[in-house]
Design a protein around this ligand. Structure first.
Ligand SMILES: *[C@@H]1O[C@H](CO)[C@@H](O)[C@H](O)[C@H]1NC(C)=O
Ligand SMILES: *[C@@H]1O[C@H](CO)[C@@H](O)[C@H](O)[C@H]1NC(C)=O
Ligand SMILES: *[C@@H]1O[C@H](CO)[C@@H](O)[C@H](O)[C@H]1NC(C)=O
Ligand SMILES: *[C@@H]1O[C@H](CO)[C@@H](O)[C@H](O)[C@H]1NC(C)=O
Length: 398
C-alpha cells in the first residue's frame, strides 16, 4: 500500500523532476554581477560578487558570460582564474573603480585573468585606475623608496583571446600587462593618463607570442606599447600614440638567459609629441641575447623627440658606465616610410654595441624634418652594419 503511494507520488512529480534536470543542463549562460550582490554605489567593495559571478561563468559547461551592467562599481584587487569549462565572455558595460590607496592591493595588479583560454573582454566600459595620488610612490627617479604599484589589468597564461572596446584611465602602473599569453587580439582600446604619470605603460608584453594590437589610442606617461624579453610575433597596427614614450622594444639584457625577441611589426601608426618614436633599448653591460626581425613601416611622426632610436647604452639613471657594452645582438631591423617632424636635431640615432654591432639594419624612405634652432636635421650611427634605400632625410647614417 505504502509502496503504491510512493510510486504514485513519484509519478506525480516525475514531469517536474525532468524539467528540473533539463533546467540544470541549461543553466543560463549570462551571470550578471548584480545577482551576486554587486552594487553600483560609492562604498561597496564588489570583489566577492565579481569573483562569484566569474566562478559560475567559468564552471558552466560550454562557457558562460559575466555581465557587468552600466554603473560605477568599486572593486578591490581580483584574480579571475581558469581553466574554465568553455569560453568566457566578460562584458563590462559600466565603470570599474580602483581604490586610491596602493596598500589595498594584495597582488601586483588590480584585475587579473590567469590560465584562461578563449576569453573575451569587451563591452565599451571603463577601468578607472585612480593612479593620481599613488604615482608619487612609483617614481623611482625622484623617490628612492619607490615601490611597484598595481597594474590595471594583467593577463597571465591567457590564450586564444580577445580584448576589445575597453577604456583604461589613470592606471597606477602599466594599464595592460601580458605575460605568457598566446594568440591574443586587442583592438579599439583607449588608454589615457597624464604625460607626467610615471611607469604608466599602455600595453606591456613579455614572454608572449602572436599578439595583435590594432585600432587603438594610447596617451600616457610611459611607453605606449612596450615589448620586453620573449615578445615574439607581435603586430601593432593603426595605433595612435601620444603623449608618451613611444613604441619600445626593451629594455633588453636586464638579466641572464632572457628569452629572445623576434618578429615584431609596427605599421600604419602615428606618434604625436612623444619622447621617443620607434625605439629598441638594451642595458649596458648586459649578458647575451638576441632581438631580430623587427619591422617598422608607414609611421607618421609629429614633433617626436627621438623618432628613430636604437639605444644600446640604455641607462635612465646615473651613474652610468659609458665604457660598458651590451651583448644583446640586434639583427634585421627595417625602418620603412617613416615620415614627419622631429623635435630634436638628431632624428635618426642608431647607437649599437661595440661587442655585437647591429646587423641588417635598413633605412628605407625616411623623411623626417626638424624646424628648430639647432640647424638642419641630422643622424648619428655607431657600430651598425646596414643599408639605406630611397629618400633619406636626414642623410648620411648608413
Ligand atoms: C575588497 O574585498 C576583498 C575580498 O573580500 C578584500 O580582499 C579587499 O581587501 C577589499 N578591498 C578593499 C579596497 O577594501
Ligand atoms: C586574431 O586576429 C587574426 C587576424 O584577424 C585571426 O586570424 C585570429 O584568429 C584572431 N585571434 C583571436 C583569438 O581572435
Ligand atoms: C598601411 O598604409 C599603407 C599606405 O599608407 C596602405 O597601403 C596599407 O594598406 C595600410 N595597411 C593597413 C593594414 O592598414
Ligand atoms: C635575417 O634576415 C636574413 C635574410 O632575410 C635571414 O636569412 C636571417 O635568418 C635573419 N636573421 C635572423 C636572426 O632571424
Amino acid at each position: 500500500m505504502q509502496k503504491t503511494a510512493e510510486m504514485a507520488s513519484f509519478i506525480h512529480w516525475l514531469p517536474f523532476l525532468l524539467i528540473l534536470a533539463a533546467a540544470r543542463k541549461h543553466v543560463p549562460r549570462t551571470f550578471n554581477v548584480l545577482s551576486y550582490g554587486a552594487l553600483p554605489s560609492r562604498n561597496t567593495n564588489n570583489s566577492k560578487a565579481f569573483l562569484r559571478a566569474w566562478k559560475d561563468a567559468c564552471e558552466r559547461e560550454g562557457g558562460g558570460r559575466v555581465w557587468i551592467p552600466r554603473g560605477k562599481f568599486k572593486l578591490g584587487s581580483v584574480v579571475f582564474v581558469g581553466p574554465c569549462r568553455g569560453p568566457v565572455d566578460f562584458v563590462i558595460k559600466g565603470s570599474l573603480e580602483a581604490s586610491t590607496d596602493p596598500s589595498n592591493f594584495f597582488v601586483d595588479h588590480w584585475i587579473g585573468f590567469k590560465y584562461v583560454d578563449q576569453l573575451v573582454v569587451r563591452g565599451g566600459g571603463y577601468l578607472l585606475g585612480n593612479g593620481g595620488s599613488a604615482w608619487r610612490f612609483n617614481d623611482c627617479a625622484t623617490n628612492s623608496r619607490c615601490k611597484p604599484l598595481p597594474v590595471t589589468m594583467r593577463f597571465d597564461f591567457v590564450s586564444n583571446s580577445k580584448v576589445h572596446r575597453i577604456h583604461s584611465f589613470d592606471s597606477k602602473n602599466a594599464h595592460f600587462n601580458l605575460f605568457a599569453c598566446h594568440n591574443m587580439n586587442m583592438s579599439h582600446i583607449q588608454i589615457l593618463a597624464p604625460s607626467t604619470s610615471p611607469n604608466t605603460d599602455g600595453i606591456r608584453i613579455g614572454s608572449s607570442s602572436n599578439i595583435r594590437i590594432q585600432n587603438s589610442v594610447i596617451s600616457t606617461g610611459d611607453d605606449c606599447v612596450s615589448m620586453i624579453a620573449g615578445s615574439q610575433d607581435i603586430l601593432v597596427s593603426e595605433v595612435h600614440c601620444g603623449p608618451g614614450h613611444g613604441f619600445s622594444i626593451g629594455s633588453l639584457g636586464g638579466s641572464h638567459n632572457e628569452e629572445y625577441v623576434n618578429g615584431i611589426t609596427i605599421q600604419n601608426s602615428t606618434l604625436r609629441g612623444t619622447q621617443n618614436g620607434l625605439r629598441i633599448k638594451t642595458w649596458a653591460p648586459s649578458p647575451p641575447s638576441l632581438a631580430s626581425n623587427i619591422n617598422f613601416e608607414d609611421i607618421i611622426m609629429e614633433n617626436v623627440n627621438n623618432p628613430i632610436f636604437i639605444d644600446q647604452q640604455y641607462c635612465p639613471q646615473p651613474p652610468c658606465n659609458g665604457q660598458a657594452q651590451s651583448n644583446v645582438q640586434i639583427k634585421n631591423v627595417t625602418f620603412r616610410k617613416v615620415r614627419g617632424t622631429s623635435s630634436s636635431k638628431i632624428a635618426v640615432k642608431i647607437q649599437c654595441s661595440k661587442h655585437v654591432p647591429c646587423e641588417g639594419v635598413n633605412l628605407v624612405n625616411i623623411n623626417l624634418e626638424y624646424r628648430g634652432p639647432e640647424g638642419p636635421v641630422a643622424s648619428s650611427c655607431l657600430n651598425v652594419k646596414g643599408k639605406s634605400y630611397g629618400l633619406q632625410l636626414p642623410s648620411g647614417c648608413l
